[in-house]
Write a protein that binds this ligand. Structure first.
Ligand code: PMP
Length: 426
């Protein structure tokens, strides 16, 4: 198929790395799922702003005013990118992990949380740490439809009927498979629950429209969205955010602090996003995310999605021709996925395989359990607690997998080099 469009320019395109076999090669970054390279446009925007850097919400000087405006405009740009509803809030955080931990702290008392055991640890673990919150872990579904049915069954059985939150990934960081977010949101709402979408792997690969998905919140990280400057986003319904104690206590979150009765302090907290952004905000991180959002939109995100779909097809077809390669999948090998794919190779330890890809081909992938241990163990043919045959050490196999992931900045050559390298190594 002819290429739909060119990859977007990113940093690091010309980085040369040494090979153990001698010589050097241009590095192929195929670990976008962990952290994507910065878009050139993001880097340029940040560099252009850097001399004007000033404190946000704190200074009277020109650069402070400018930085404050830039920070608040970035919030508006992110809201537009996510299709936020009028009364939604966009809170700048450090990352997806931070966003979901923040959401965990604002849950009304007695909230029941429903989460699939297949989630990334950032989406799996924050809830139980919150006192008074009861978590129901849902079994790994083997199809999108089964995911919806499993959720519906769990929600229908809940007693008593109080606040509830469903947390689900938009695209898996292990298999890259798309989850039926819209259907899950409809099921959640039909049973009086709310839903947060972990869009860490969805937002960089696919437009996310919070209103259209009818999600209550979405969370994502700048460093996976071509903006590695230390910021993330939690966007969505204002009420639980406004009604809760601030995530961090400090300046910026407080509107007024006075001496309270009995010698303590009385605090009036902001009821805007600033409530959960105590401390000096990361204006460069926020601006970088907004820049990436605009770059994706202006490049025509739909064409980038289509281009990535072609690369996924090339990858799938290439790997299918290599004997002993097993692609990990929850919903079936042909299920739609973003540019994220994990696999194991018969007779190979995954860590050795990934090391060989780096040392002999200059290709950077990831090996491991990808911070989704129960899911990867299940996919290796075992249970959420125990790896199965495919991961049995006595068979010379590893307990982990190899993940290849790419996105808007990936040239075709990286994917074809990867497919050739896998074939040659096997
Ligand atoms: N959720 C998913 C699906 C992820 O892939 C990741 C990162 N691997 C996270 C959450 C956590 O993101 P961060 O490390 O940026 O907090």
């Amino acid at each position: 198929e002819p290429a739909v469009c060119a990859p977007l320019p990113v940093l690091g395109r010309d980085v040369r790395v040494p090979l153990v076999t001698g010589g050097e090669v241009t590095y192929a970054a195929l670990d976008y799922g962990a952290s994507a390279p910065a878009l050139q446009r993001v880097w340029d925007d940040v560099a252009a702003y850097a001399p004007y850097y000033g404190s946000v919400h704190r200074g009277a000087g020109y650069l402070s005013q400018l930085s404050t405006e830039l920070f608040e405009n970035s919030r508006a740009d992110v809201a537009a990118f996510l299709g936020c509803r009028e009364d939604d809030q966009v809170v700048f955080t450090r990352s997806t992990t931070d966003s979901l931990n923040l959401l965990a702290t604002v849950l009304p008392p007695g909230t029941r949380v429903f989460v699939f055991e297949t989630e990334h640890h950032a989406a799996l673990l924050p809830w139980e740490r919150r006192a008074g919150v009861e978590v129901t872990y849902l079994d790994a579904p083997r199809s999108p439809r089964q995911a919806v049915e499993t959720l519906e069954r769990a929600l229908a059985g809940r007693e008593p009927y109080g606040p509830a939150l469903v947390c689900v990934t938009g695209a898996s960081n292990v298999t890259g498979e798309l989850w039926p977010v819209r259907e899950l949101a409809a099921a959640a709402h039909a049973h009086g629950a709310r839903i947060v979408v972990d869009a860490a792997q969805l937002a960089p690969h696919h437009p996310v429209d919070i209103a259209e998905l009818d999600a209550d919140w979405v969370a994502f990280s700048g460093h996976k969205l071509y903006a590695p400057f230390g910021a993330g986003v939690l966007a969505g319904r204002a009420d639980w955010l406004r009604d809760a104690e601030p995530y961090l206590a400090g300046g910026g979150a407080s509107r007024a602090v006075t001496r309270g009765p009995g010698g303590g302090v009385a605090v009036e907290w902001h009821d805007t996003a600033a409530r959960h952004e105590a401390g000096s905000p990361n204006v460069i991180g926020a601006y970088a995310i907004a820049s990436a959002c605009k770059a994706l939109t202006e490049a025509d995100f739909g064409r980038l999605v289509e281009r990535e779909r072609q690369l996924v097809a090339t990858l799938r077809e290439g790997l299918a021709r290599v004997p002993g390669v097993r692609v990990l999948s929850l919903f079936g090998e042909d299920a739609p996925r973003v540019g994220v794919l994990s696999f194991v190779v018969e007779g190979w330890n995954s860590s050795h395989f990934a090391a060989a890809l780096s040392a002999e081909y200059g290709i950077g992938v990831r090996d491991g359990l990808f911070c989704a241990h129960p899911l990867v163990r299940t996919l290796l043919g075992g249970t959420p607690d125990e790896p199965g045959e495919c991961g049995a050490p006595e068979a010379g196999q590893s307990l982990n997998a190899i993940r290849v992931s790419f996105g808007a900045g990936t040239p075709d050559e990286h994917v074809t080099r990867f497919v050739r390298a896998v074939g040659e190594l096997v």
